[in-house]
Write a protein that binds this ligand. Sequence first.
Ligand code: ADP
Ligand code: BMX
Ligand code: ZN
Length: 288
Amino acid sequence: MTLLAVDIGGTKLAAALIDGNVQIVERHECPTPASKTPQALTASLETLLSPLAQRAKRVAVASTGIIHQGILTAINPGNLGGLLHFPLQETVSRITGLPCLALNDAQAAAWAEFQALDEPTEEMAFITVSTGVGGGIVSCGKLLMGSGGLAGHLGHTLADPNGPRCGCGRIGCVEAIASGRGIAAAAQGHLAGLDAKAIFAKAREGDVQAQSLMHRSAQVLARLIADVKAVTDCQRVVMGGSVGLAEGYLALVADYLSQEPSVYQVKLQAAHYRHDAGLLGAAMLAQS
Ligand code: ADP
Ligand code: BMX
Ligand code: ZN
């Protein structure tokens, strides 16, 4: 059965047709609209999904935000152009004319990455460092979603009580410092206004401020991973997202993690499915 999978992130929307062997047959991408309106997101989804829908029997959505009973509620509305609530499942079903399953993007990615592990493992955490910092936890072989969809929102744990205010309302969240947006927000002087991608490129050219922003993010991630190890006793942590998968980033996180006491050490690896983990995880859950 061919399935249409959709990934809604703070920076980009992706859609793919996926066959019965969970292989991507065709993939498209476009920017997430910057406008605050549900109409803008609906219009972008229409453009992306309408040409593909006829070839699929079902649709599966992995989306940024808390996804509960088909409704998207942003924990950090700033990551979604200010959009707070969106009737995700209903909108996607209406656009495609197909039954729809929707869940959080990092939870979906965690499920795909759990299936791809090279050895039997019961506890695993997936962390995306992207527009925000998202997370998904598999415990006793089960994906945790929580009664309201909040489970695994690791980006909103505390990194620094003296840090910047996060869009969720708390002070010093991991996301406020370590995410793509957090990195860009901390940039000053000649780096002000650049996005995380451009800042990482400057870091590779030897720019000292850019290197320090990259290190700060990686250090915060390493502390988060130690916290996650303490909470879940996971045997594996998988990293995704465009910041998480950026050249040199994972090695930096691993280096900071190695400075933590041995009880907090855990195997760290890049997402097997790279940027498609969310799409494939949603597809796997919809097919099961
Ligand atoms: P989404 O959040 O929509 O899932 P991404 O995973 O692509 O999208 O994350 C977007 C963030 O990643 C942006 O902040 C962008 O600047 C940053 N980014 C994209 N490519 C790179 C790169 N090569 N190196 C570092 N940061 C990157
Ligand atoms: C935010 C939150 C999470 C999401 C994470 C990564 C919103 C809109 N999103 O913490 O639900 O999983 O960002 O999202 O509140 P991404 O857009 O960076 O992939
Ligand atoms: Zn927060």
